[in-house]
Ligand binder design. Structure first.
Ligand code: NAP
Ligand code: GDD
Length: 344
């Protein structure tokens, strides 16, 4: 019989892609479903895997619920992907974010510890923990300096994972993942915001796109490659921490330009600060404006990861590079805008 995995945050981008990956590997896949107003299984539907997964009511804020779910499933592997994952929102919801992303991970670790099982545990850590980066590129040994309540909460969860491994021998690994995107990315994140808005503009359904800080730089990879790395981490004989990244960084401007090129637009930047605009050189149409409402109280200016440990020890490889990523997201949003069907 195949192994049994429990994925928290299965309705999110990574959760849905990881569930698909694990099903292909023959796993019995269980997922945590949050009881909110609207049941958000749109991604699992889109991948056509909803009926192959066993869903459980799951809430990271509620210890008794976590205990019952883990006791019921008795998984071989737990992937803790659930989180309030939007950095921007964490400045408005700092205590909630700390509770879900920080203490939530510790609740889960406590349940695993008290179950005395041999279950393997994956914690979704993040390059946001590097924040005001102390060295470039960032590796497993680079000091952390988080710049948002989200980064601080995730750092608590990261060190809790390390601490439970060292204190109680839990087979707990932490994946320090740099930004990864896909056609299933949430609309609030800048890449998807750009690809969706450009598809709408091309279809005549939106005037222009408002963005915040265009100069921030991120190390963007393809989420499908990253969920494979999560699984590889849990197949190792010893639990450990690994960076997953591409080692190549691009600015928001670069992403805008690449997505615009997909639509046949040639972006020229004009003006400065909040007056800056992005114009299509051929038609003089203003496609981008700045809205300072999207600036953050503290910014992470540049992230660039060093994935060499994961490449060396896990054999981790990537199939999709930056240009391919932009194109697949643009294509997907053009199809969605044409069909008008997407719920996320
Ligand atoms: P996502 O699309 O925002 O998904 C987050 C998931 O967490 C959703 O399924 C959400 O459920 C669930 N969730 C939120 N609050 C919860 C709660 N209180 N109890 C139970 N479930 C809850 O995020 P993602 O991009 O897939 O990222 C997956 C994980 O990796 C997150 O922990 C994120 O912080 C981390 N991470 C992501 C990246 C990246 O670039 N994508 C990089 C590094 C680390 P609903 O569907 O009900 O909202
Ligand atoms: N969301 C958003 N919207 N970001 C904008 C905008 C805008 O209109 N304009 C500029 N940005 C800039 C942000 O200021 C930030 O510097 C950068 O674009 C990326 O923002 P997001 O796409 O929201 O991602 P993030 O880097 O803050 O966080 C993502 O990656 C982390 C890993 O480094 C999330 O997926 C986190 O959950 C993840 O941990």
């Amino acid at each position: 019989m195949g192994k049994c995995a429990f994925v928290t945050g299965i309705t999110g981008q990574d959760g849905a892609l990881l569930a698909q990956f694990l099903l292909e590997k023959g796993y019995d896949v269980h997922g945590g479903l949050r009881r909110i107003g609207v049941i958000g299984t749109g991604r699992l539907d889109e991948l056509g895997i909803l009926d192959q997964i066993t869903l459980h009511d799951f809430e990271l804020l509620e210890m008794t619920n976590i205990q019952r779910v883990i006791d019921t499933i008795k998984p071989d592997e737990i992937y803790n992907l659930a989180a309030q994952s939007f950095v921007g929102a964490s400045f408005e919801l700092p205590i909630y974010t700390a509770d879900v992303d920080g203490i939530g991970a510790m609740r889960l670790l406590e349940v695993v510890r008290s179950s005395a099982s041999d279950c393997r545990f994956y914690q979704a850590s993040t390059s946001e923990m590097y924040g005001k980066a102390q060295a470039t590129p960032q590796s497993e040994t680079t000091p952390f300096y988080p710049r948002s309540p989200y980064g601080v909460a995730k750092l608590f969860a990261h060190w809790s994972t390390v601490n439970y491994r060292e204190s109680y021998g839990l087979r707990a690994s932490s994946g320090i993942l740099f930004n990864h995107e896909s056609h299933l990315r949430g609309r609030e994140f800048v890449t998807r915001k750009i690809t969706l808005a450009f598809a709408q503009i091309a279809a005549g359904k939106q005037e222009c796109l408002e963005l915040g800080n265009l100069d921030a730089q991120r190390d963007w990879g393809y989420a499908g490659d990253y969920v494979k790395g999560m699984w590889q981490m849990l197949q190792q004989p010893q639990a450990d921490d690994f960076v997953l990244a591409t080692g190549i960084t691009h600015s928001i401007r670069d992403f805008v330009k690449a997505a615009a090129t997909f639509h046949g637009w040639d972006i020229q930047w004009s003006g400065e600060g909040i007056e800056e605009i992005g114009i299509d050189r051929k038609t003089d149409r203003v496609l981008i404006r700045i809205n300072p409402g999207f600036y953050r109280p503290a910014e992470v200016d540049i992230l660039c990861g060093d994935p060499s440990k994961a490449e060396r020890e896990l054999g981790w490889t990537r199939d999709v590079e930056f240009q391919g990523l932009v194109e697949l997201m643009c294509e997907s949003d053009c199809r969605r805008v044409g069909r008008k069907t997407s719920s996320f």
